[in-house]
Write a protein that binds this ligand. Structure first.
Ligand SMILES: NC(=O)c1ccc[n+]([C@@H]2O[C@H](COP(=O)([O-])OP(=O)(O)OC[C@H]3O[C@@H](n4cnc5c(N)ncnc54)[C@H](O)[C@@H]3O)[C@@H](O)[C@H]2O)c1
Ligand SMILES: [Zn+2]
Ligand SMILES: [Zn+2]
Length: 379
């Protein structure tokens, strides 16, 4: 089958790889019909995630048709069209039982922090992902969810990650009616977090990035304010000024390890890798939130150390909430929101590529060319 093949930082190509096989009685094989590239894939692509091995197939956002099931699979049937959550979860461990499907204790033997994630390095379990014609899906009765009748596949594929992650970013912010929410990052996740912040009763939603076309997009899509940090002396002072010097009630980091905007962070976090990615957006979030406020982090960082102003967290009494999104927990509610038109995910899709053109797709998305917001691969 054709599959994306990682060859080292900034080098991905399409190759022939062996068909995935059922390795465990609870596995299914899914024929991929849509697969996205995510900002999370860019951390892998840029070589920032430890133990990303040459030969791996990325891709944690995919939908497809079930073509084979293992003997212990009871609910899923051959022929079902499914949304496959990006987290691989057993459904039975203490963490899955609490709804922490991103922190499953069984699906990732390599680490005790994050659970398994499709196509996301051996730090997240070493599972090949869905930027391929076929993918092996473990615990097939747990995560995969049948696509509701009539749902557009472009909406369905964004329910694997973007919609739940944006929603959970807002949810973890503990937004109270009337709150001012500041979101760093106008990529798909920040855009969805902005849209979802209103659902929790935000009074004001502000998005900060430095890519003009994305700021323009989010302003219209999420009906919010959008500002370019390159036109500010200091984003923290900007936030203070615009909130009567109080600070934002809630700040959301939807940027993560590849953040721009601070030379020292960029050199130590992205160029020399003396820390696990640049923590620039997280700095701004911690320093821009009010005393007693909440910082919600969905931006991804490496598992080792980062330079963050922890003293300010203590002195300001900030609550930090963070996680990989728990897709399965949120799916029932978010499927309803999509059906009822409360959220319109497919509007984010700007580009479609045949799987064969994967290296162009990574290049265009990574370099923010051609007004790209969210690219979809069609195997
Ligand atoms: N926690 C989860 O479950 C989860 C799931 C999906 C994605 N993510 C993470 O969320 C983050 C965003 O994902 P995405 O797909 O939107 O990525 P993306 O790369 O498309 O978007 C990131 C945006 O941040 C902007 N940016 C860079 N530096 C900035 C700064 N200092 N301040 C404000 N904006 C800045 C970039 O210009 C870009 O528009 C990534 O770190 C990704 O790994 C987490
Ligand atoms: Zn993703
Ligand atoms: Zn589990």
């Amino acid at each position: 089958m054709l599959a994306m093949n990682y060859r080292g930082p900034l080098r991905v190509r399409i190759d022939n790889k062996p068909m995935p096989e059922i390795l465990h009685p609870q596995d299914a094989i899914v024929k991929v019909t849509r697969s996205c590239i995510c900002g999370s894939d860019l951390h892998l692509y840029n070589g920032l995630v430890p133990d990303t091995r040459v030969g791996m197939t990325f891709g944690h956002e995919f939908i497809g048709e079930v073509v084979e099931v293992g003997p212990d699979v009871k609910k899923l049937k051959v022929g079902d069209n499914v949304i496959v959550p990006f987290n691989i979860a057993c459904g039975k461990c203490a963490f899955c039982k609490q709804g922490l499907f991103g922190n499953c204790h069984e699906s990732n033997s390599q680490a005790t922090a994050v659970g398994g994630i499709f196509g996301y390095s051996h730090t997240a379990g070493g599972y090949d992902g869905g930027q391929a014609e076929y993918a092996r899906v473990p615990y097939a009765d747990v995560g995969p969810t049948v696509i509701p009748e009539g749902m557009d596949p472009d909406d369905a594929v964004l329910l694997t990650d973007v919609v739940p992650t944006g929603y959970q970013a807002a949810e973890m912010g503990g937004i109270q009616p009337g709150d001012t929410v500041v979101i760093f990052g106008a990529g798909p996740i920040g855009i969805m977090a902005a849209r979802c912040s209103w659902l929790f009763g935000a009074g004001r939603v502000i998005v900060i990035d430095h890519v003009e076309y994305r700021l323009e997009f989010v302003k219209n899509y999420a009906n919010c304010e959008a500002y370019n940090f390159r036109s500010m002396d200091d984003p923290v002072v900007f936030i203070k000024k615009t909130t009567d010097w109080m600070g934002a009630d809630v700040c959301i980091d939807a940027v993560g390890a590849d953040a721009a905007g601070n030379t020292m962070q960029t050199i130590t976090g992205r160029k020399t890798m003396m820390q696990a990615g640049s923590a620039t957006a997280l700095h701004w979030a911690i320093n821009g939130v009010k005393k007693g406020g909440i910082v919600s982090i969905v931006g991804v960082y490496g598992p080792t150390d980062n330079l963050v102003p922890i003293g300010n967290v203590v002195n300001k009494g900030i609550t930090i909430r963070a996680n990989q999104a728990s897709v399965k927990r949120l799916l029932p509610k978010l499927i309803e929101h999509v059906k009822n038109g409360v959220i319109d995910p497919k509007a984010l899709i700007t580009h479609r590529f045949p799987l064969q053109e994967i290296s162009d797709a990574y290049h265009i998305f990574s370099d923010e060319l051609d007004n790209c917001i969210k690219p979809v691969l069609i195997p």
